[in-house]
Design a protein around this ligand. Structure first.
Ligand code: F3S
Length: 756
């Protein structure tokens, strides 16, 4: 500890380490001999070994020490189950879990929450007790959406946070580097391992001028998405700079960073400024704001003369409100062009539903701006033409707008206030106003609008916009409406123009915390029992994997030789299988069921090497495992591309796999396999992939001398009885990772180190 300023008001003993981070930054600066951007300072300030780490943007891999982990309830289940299997008494890095994804919007806030608590009881009971046991803060269902809770309670300038949700970057609005990761990465950091990230490139977005009228922070990211497309930020951090960044609120900056996920950015961040100090004050954390000011010049700002890999400039003076969609968040249309574009594309013109709120846009400012438009419309006797829903991002926001009257404005308008949860944003929406397949338009203030995301209907045309624009569309009920120029008719048939929205950045009377929905870990954690019903089909305790037996592997069957693309969706499908994310045995029944078998061109139909009987891939793998036989998979190029889901590596390990041998791997999947104790190996002679036949048996030789950069040997025993042949296999293990293989998993290794 280098200060007496605590990271937040909810935990004791976790102090802010600016001094240490600045020391690290100075070491790196001296080594690189160049000025650093704000994002670089935050990254390099958290290096595990700043003296010796290779640092080249877009090239080297950084080993980092995050300050905090946040998990949402869908991804937390397997992460915590894995952590439990390591046998450690508590998490090594401060962690919180947030119940927000499993609440379906049906009737409205209270009723939906009550129903979700009933339906998901076993998951919530497990998470609540596991959090209590392992010293994790637990936010109960109804508390709000992970990113709002983090912003209101945990985020602060200069912090490095990882979160198991893609919109974790939301906290960049408070000057924090907040990065979305897969569960496997979160488990490592929970267990005290450093976290690895490819050194991102830095895209600078220069904001000049000042927004006015109907334009809001959301329009900055809607415009940027149109410029960069959904891939433009891949492998990069978006760092905002320029005089425009000091002209709007902290929550507005959070909206922009949140939706930076839609351009593929690693994260987005604003440098520390006065709006952040104001937000920290309003959320009871003035001390942090003052402390940050002390480090502002040296640590919490970009160095003069720092260089970005790319610079994009946006002039806020002339920025128009935008509407992005349908079906993709980068199809950006300025409001002045929407009429023309919507008609030309034959998009359904009637707006059926306007949805405001979500983790992206549910700040007090958003709510007050939306309410101001409704009040204006109401003063002319006008109500909503479309259905209208409001999703508060947190209990604190809900309670504050209930106290200050905006909530009543929404309901008087005909709006329905949903639970403080993800709801329709993640498809948890029991939509009744149309039938599946009906072509229709909805406009939301969310961040994503992929096909079927909100209501499961592929014919729904979903658009994203700011809450004030969504509200204007709900009033007019028509996608062609431009509130800046088009008049509406009042109750007497007279025309009027809606007034520009006006909002309040922070509540004048302070935030009302509402109901207390936080469960702090108890003092006595040893006696807490983690609740997992043995009959549950959604949750299952994990048993640590067996260590390597110290021998080369001989005469292993090939479970499947896959051809064509083998993505993480082929390896471990999503969709209906999501339900089993906390149950390794059940979810393993989807292992490789989407991969194509080279022998017969079919999916999920492989021959048992010993019985000759064809059956599903998972059944065959389990049959091998149950008779004590290890097996391998043979695959093609970029094996395991797609998501970072750790189930794609846990499943083959659970089913008794020994090695996955491919032409090449997607990097994250390769690392996940290593972490679970499987051997990811590559053909150095690519022709060997073609030569090897699904019915052959293989040896893997040289494992006792496994060392970085040293090949092992694959000996193939052809099924036709012809002589065995050898081919070299390469690997990317470093010496630390070799220990993971020997111990049976990275977690086993970690637990052993901690115990010694
Ligand atoms: Fe939830 Fe949607 Fe945000 S799913 S975390 S409200 S992007």
């Amino acid at each position: 500890k280098d200060s007496l300023v605590e990271m937040n008001l909810l935990e004791k003993g976790n102090y802010i380490n600016y001094k240490q981070q600045l020391d690290n930054v100075n070491i790196v600066k001296e080594r690189l001999g160049r000025p650093l951007t704000y994002a670089e300072k935050l990254l390099y300030g958290h290096l595990d070994k700043p003296h010796e780490q290779d640092i080249e943007r877009g090239v080297s891999y950084l080993k980092l020490r995050p300050d905090r982990i946040a998990c949402q309830d869908a991804t937390a289940q397997m992460a915590i189950l894995q952590f439990m299997s390591a046998g450690m008494p508590s998490v090594a890095t401060p962690t919180t879990v947030h119940c927000d994804h499993l609440i379906q919007a049906q009737k409205g806030g209270a009723a939906d929450l009550e129903r979700a608590i009933r339906l998901n009881k076993e998951v919530y009971d497990f998470l609540a007790t596991a959090c209590a046991k392992y010293n994790i803060g637990f936010w109960k269902p109804g508390s709000g959406i992970i990113h709002q809770i983090v912003l209101e309670n945990y985020a602060f300038p200069g912090e490095l946070l990882i979160g198991t949700d893609s919109h974790t970057p939301n906290a960049g609005g408070l000057g924090q580097l907040a990065i979305g990761v897969g569960g496997a990465d979160a488990v490592d950091v929970m267990a005290g391992l450093p976290w690895e990230l490819k050194a991102p490139k830095i895209i600078g977005v220069k904001l000049t001028g000042r927004m006015n009228g109907w334009t809001s922070p959301k329009d900055i990211i809607l415009k940027l998405a149109g410029i960069t497309t959904v891939k433009g930020g891949t492998g990069a951090i978006v760092e905002y700079f320029g005089d425009g960044v000091d002209t709007f609120s902290c929550t507005g900056m959070a909206t922009i960073c949140n939706m930076g996920a839609e351009i593929g950015a690693t994260t987005s961040v604003f440098p520390f400024n006065n709006s952040m100090v104001d937000f920290l004050d309003a959320t009871g954390r003035s001390e942090i704001g003052q402390f940050a000011k002390v480090f502002q010049k040296e640590y919490l700002s970009a160095d003069p003369g720092c260089e970005y890999d790319q610079v994009i400039e946006i002039d806020l003076n002339t920025l128009e409100p935008h509407i992005n969609g349908p079906f993709t968040p980068d199809l950006a249309t300025p409001v002045s062009k929407m009429k023309e574009v919507a008609v030309a594309n034959d998009w359904p013109l009637e707006v059926k539903v306007g949805l405001i709120g979500s983790c992206t846009n549910s700040s007090y400012e958003d709510m007050t701006r939306a309410a101001s438009i409704i009040e204006d419309a109401a003063s002319h006797g006008v109500k909503a033409k479309s259905l209208y829903t409001v999703t508060p991002g947190s209990e604190q926001i809900r309670a504050t707008i209930a106290r200050d009257g905006q909530l009543k404005t929404f309901t008087d308008f005909g709006g329905s206030v949903l639970a403080n949860a993800c709801g329709p944003c993640i498809g948890q929406w029991d939509r009744q106003d149309i039938k599946k397949g009906d072509k229709n338009t909805i406009v939301s203030s969310f961040n994503r609008n992929f096909t079927s995301r909100n209501d499961g209907n592929p014919a729904t045309h979903a658009f994203v916009a700011s809450p004030e624009m969504v509200t204007a569309y709900a009033i007019a009920g028509d996608l062609r409406f431009n509130p800046l120029t088009d008049k509406l008719k009042d109750k007497d048939g007279n025309e009027f123009l809606l007034k520009d929205p006006v909002g309040v950045g922070l509540p004048v009377r302070g935030y009302d915390p509402g109901e207390n929905t936080y469960q702090a870990p108890p003092e006595d954690r040893a006696s807490v029992e983690v609740v997992i019903s043995p009959s549950s089909d959604r949750l299952q305790k994990l048993t640590p994997f067996q260590p390597w037996d110290g021998k080369d592997a001989e005469r292993l069957p090939i479970l499947i030789k896959s051809v064509g693309k083998t993505t993480t969706d082929h390896i471990s499908m999503a969709g209906p299988w999501l339900k089993y994310r906390g149950h390794l045995q059940n979810i393993s029944n989807n292992y490789m069921i989407g991969a194509i078998n080279a022998e017969n061109g079919e999916a999920n139909n492989v021959k048992n090497h010993y019985t000759g009987v064809y059956s599903g891939v998972p059944d065959t793998a389990a049959a091998y495992r149950d008779s004590g036989v290890k097996w391998v998979v043979i695959g093609g190029e970029n094996f395991g591309e797609g998501s970072s889901r750790e189930h794609a590596a846990l499943e083959p390990r659970y089913l008794g796999g020994f090695a996955i041998i491919t032409k090449s791997f997607a990097r994250i999947h390769e690392t996940n396999l290593k972490k679970q104790g499987l051997l990811p190996l590559n053909f150095t002679d690519l022709a060997a992939y073609d030569r090897i036949q699904p019915d052959d048996e293989v040896d893997i030789l040289g494992l006792t001398e496994l060392a970085p950069g040293k090949n092992v040997t694959l000996r193939v025993h052809p099924a036709d009885g012809s002589p065995a042949w050898d081919t070299p296999l390469s690997h990317t293990y470093n010496s630390e990772q070799i220990e993971w293989f020997k111990y049976g998993s990275a977690l086993n290794n970690m637990a052993a180190v901690k115990a010694s």
